[in-house]
Design a protein around this ligand. Structure first.
Ligand code: NDP
Length: 256
């Protein structure tokens, strides 16, 4: 039986990018703790499969096809989740992508696409969910940063800017919404085996070995490594935790 501190039964969570990778790992964690889930992403086949996976855990789940760079679509998504699932208690801003080029080769439209997908979407989704979170008597917003919220990388100028921005946006919202009993925190994943990093490993030679050598845990992360932190930050267990940015990185950020 889930301890009541970590019990999410009766809660409703939106997970952007919840149809795969780290988002699905977090959605599974929330579902196992009892939350109903709205899976937000563009790929409808992947979202349908994720919804089936989550329903098998005994909760209700819906897919809401949404491009998180589209403000009107996000507002419609939030309204649909509140109507169909009855409320919104938890928002995970996880959708993200990267374009890997050094700054002198990156085009402005590429810069904008990364910032819009990774950072502006978190603002628009948070703003769209805020009235329902407040109406629920409080809530939890979890934003997904990166090791590039901390470190630089020659091949990821826009990505690093977006993920640095996510941490400061998290701190701003934590301050703004504390009076509404809404806690806002960020998770900073290390190097995790997903579609995103499969692409990076193909494009950046030697990356796989460098990550293994640089990570004290001696392995790449797995999407299941994100279930526990998501439940903690979504549950009453973290009610006095706000504005933080917690690395989930096998020690990558503290490697001497
Ligand atoms: P994946 O590529 O596996 O997943 C990305 C998710 O984002 C997909 O579900 C995708 O769904 C969704 N997405 C992307 N663009 C949009 C869009 N415009 N509208 C709606 N959904 C979108 O990557 P990860 O699981 O690795 O990444 C998840 C988050 O974790 C990202 O924010 C990433 O930056 C971050 N992260 C990942 C790390 C890693 O090592 N893997 C390390 C640090 C941070 P769909 O295609 O259906 O739209």
């Amino acid at each position: 039986m889930t301890s009541s501190r970590f019990d999410l039964r009766g809660k409703v969570a939106i997970v952007t990018g919840g149809n795969g990778g780290i988002g699905l790992g977090m959605a599974r964690g929330l579902a196992d703790a009892g939350a109903d889930i709205a899976v937000v992403g563009r790929n409808e086949a992947k979202s349908k499969a994720a919804v089936e996976d989550l329903k098998q855990r005994g909760v209700n789940a819906i897919a809401v096809a949404t491009d998180v760079t589209d403000k009107a679509a996000i507002e419609a998504m939030a309204a649909r989740v509140a109507k169909e699932l009855g409320r919104i208690d938890i928002l995970i801003n996880n959708a993200g992508m990267s374009i890997r080029k050094p700054p002198h080769e990156l085009e402005l439209d590429e810069w904008s696409k990364v910032i819009d997908t990774n950072l502006t979407s978190a603002f628009v989704c948070s703003k769209a969910a805020y009235p329902a979170l407040k109406a629920s008597g409080g809530g939890k917003v979890i934003n997904i940063g990166s090791m590039m919220s901390i470190f630089g990388a020659s091949f990821a100028p826009a990505y690093a800017a977006s993920k640095g921005g996510i941490v400061q946006f998290t701190r701003a919202c934590a301050n703004a919404w504390a009076p509404d009993n809404i806690q806002v925190n960020a998770i900073l994943p290390g190097w995790i085996d997903t579609d995103l990093t499969r692409g990076a490993r193909q494009q950046v030679s030697g990356l796989h070995e460098r990550v293994l050598a640089r990570t004290p845990a001696g392995r790449w992360g797995d999407i299941n490594d994100f279930a526990g932190i998501a439940v903690f930050l979504a549950s009453p267990a973290s009610d006095f935790v706000t504005g933080t940015a917690i690395p989930v990185d096998g020690g990558f950020s503290v490697m001497a």
